[in-house]
Design a protein around this ligand. Structure first.
Ligand code: PLP
Length: 382
């Protein structure tokens, strides 16, 4: 194996941590001093501050983003025999969250240009069993709140947002997490707001749902040793809450920096459009927080070859995601087949995620775009 010097990593968490290391160490030291590692004081503080940042009343810290979705659905009374509409173009965890409740995920295709759920397609799969829709704010761009609220009221469905990639994203005057009955966030380390391990949060304006979620995450007990619900053990550690609370005050600035990086990519990649390179459309301007910056290559272009050549230049890329949920072997029993969701399938075959993170420099972005152009110009088209 030849080792190539990495010039542009896909993500660089060290950059943000160096900036705030002493603050984080202090916050962790406080938790150690207090010793309240599970459901401690700093967790309650972070739940409040994150919920208000999302312009929502209540936050319930849980073990992961996956659990936030599962616990959120269960707190809304969704379970066996219920159907939940979800985009096929998402990370598998959205589907796992639904299946954990006993409900059936009903998949729909995405829009060609934004890669977000296609609500016209969603309208066609509503049945009397449909209870909710989970819009996924994929890559950091919200599904249009106006269209979503219209859809949900027309069909009388609950909205539970999967906002795992959309911390503080906004569109049409609304924040991610504030649209529906509840919303799930993930604090997986590489998310825009990431812990030093796993973590997640359910946010809601509904006090009853918040209370129910608090019971569900804590063995189903409201009072210790008295179990009124079939609960689980899924809490956000106090130490993680301390880390996240420090990071939260930097998040808007970090998101802005990602959005600026994306604008720079957009400008530089404009000249590659005639050659079939198209960024996924941003329809929300500054409210898109670019958890991931994604381009689509035309049908004549060999994506893997481009990625390999970029890697040889020291540029790391990703694919989010290479295999759509409905074609994953574990979910064969849901009875979907190749061809069911053509936009999702085409997207999975043609997308490349370029590096984006706070601290990525303009000259790194220039370098990525220059290399991409050189590779496209020199490559044999298939
Ligand atoms: C990361 C992610 C999740 C799951 O979050 P975890 O904390 O990893 O369980 C769910 N949905 C989407 C869209 C995600 O990106």
């Amino acid at each position: 194996m030849t080792s190539t010097l990495v010039k542009v990593p896909f993500v660089d968490l060290n950059l943000q941590h160096q900036e705030i290391q002493s603050e984080i160490e202090e916050a962790i030291a406080k938790v150690i001093e207090r010793g309240d590692f599970v459901l401690g004081e700093t967790l309650a503080e972070f739940e409040d501050s994150f919920a208000s940042a999302c312009e929502v009343k209540y936050g319930v810290g849980v073990g992961s983003g996956t659990d936030a979705i599962a616990i959120g659905l269960r707190a809304c009374g969704i379970g066996v025999r219920d159907e939940v509409i979800v985009p096929a173009n998402t990370f598998i965890a959205t589907i796992i969250g639904i299946i954990q409740t006993g409900a059936t995920p009903v998949l729909v295709d995405c829009d060609r240009h934004t890669a977000l759920i296609d609500l016209e397609a969603a309208a066609k799969v509503v049945t009397p069993q449909t209870k909710a829709i989970i819009p996924v704010h994929l890559y950091g761009q919200m599904v249009s709140p106006r269209q979503l609220l219209d859809f949900a009221s027309t069909h009388n469905l609950l909205i539970l947002e999967d906002a795992a990639q959309a911390h503080l994203a906004y569109r049409e005057g609304s924040r991610a997490g504030s649209l529906g009955i509840a919303a799930g966030f993930s604090f997986y380390p590489s998310k825009n707001l990431g812990a030093f391990g796993d973590g997640g949060m359910l946010v809601t304006n509904n006090e009853e749902i918040a209370n129910k979620a608090r019971i569900l995450r804590n063995y189903g007990a409201k009072r210790k040793y008295f179990h009124t619900e079939l609960g689980k053990n899924s809490r956000l550690d106090t130490v993680q809450a301390a880390v996240l609370n420090v990071k939260l005050s930097y998040l808007s600035e970090w998101n802005r920096s990602r959005n600026q990086a994306a604008q720079q990519y957009d400008r530089l990649l404009e000249r590659l459009k005639p050659q079939g390179i198209n960024p996924i459309e941003n329809q929300s301007g500054a409210g898109h927080i670019y958890h991931i910056y994604v381009i689509e290559v035309g049908t004549g272009i060999n994506r893997d070859e481009i990625r390999e050549k970029l890697a040889l230049s020291g540029i790391q890329t990703g694919i989010h995601y290479p295999v759509p949920c409905h074609l994953q072997p574990a979910y064969e029993y849901l009875n979907y087949k190749k061809g069911d969701f053509p936009n999702t399938e085409a997207s999975c075959d043609r997308i490349i995620s370029l590096p984006v993170y706070p601290g990525l420099t303009n000259s790194q972005i220039d370098f990525v775009c220059d290399r991409l152009q050189a590779i496209i110009n020199s490559s044999v088209l298939h």
